[in-house]
Write a protein that binds this ligand. Sequence first.
Ligand code: URA
Length: 198
Amino acid sequence: MQYTWNDIEQHIAACTHCPLSRSRHKPVMGRGDYQADLMIIAEAPGGQEDQQGLPFVGRSGEILDSLLKDCGLAREEVYITNIVKCHPPGNRDPKEEEKEACFPYLKYETFLLKPKIIVCLGRVAAQRIISPDFKITRQHGTWTYRKNCALTATYHPSAVLRDPSKYEVVKEDFCGIVKEYAAGGGAVAKYGLYTKYR
Ligand code: URA
């Protein structure tokens, strides 16, 4: 039997697989278009997301919406999720065991969505999804191809909040993402690379 989106959401809502489940207010399942070709993966819900149970509803979300809009995309056209679905207290990085406990949910979201393009926002997502030694400063905007999916990473919107001069850098990365999106992840076919999904 194959789980549905609704099943996944119910599993996440009832999840107690790691200690974050004891401190969270609301778990935050991914949101967006279930038919989207483009999946955005960030790190973990922040405080406002924890209150509302929705991804990117705080200030980082405003930056993300603005970046998408500047590149001709709307949030409703993409699917946005996080590596961990519960808010780490004090906005700390999620711990290894928290990421591992939550990873099956992300795998299932990816399985159901079958995105052509995955964009990681920030180091934590890039190192979990693309490569453990991914350096966001040096490698943002570069592409990897795996399992018929084009993967890239850029800075997390919270980095733009801390340093507004990064906005243009991230916008440039997003414009590259939109080009890839317009090609339907076409560069995957061009390069024909295939690496096993970890
Ligand atoms: N930051 C994240 O990484 N994810 C969210 O959902 C919100 C802020």
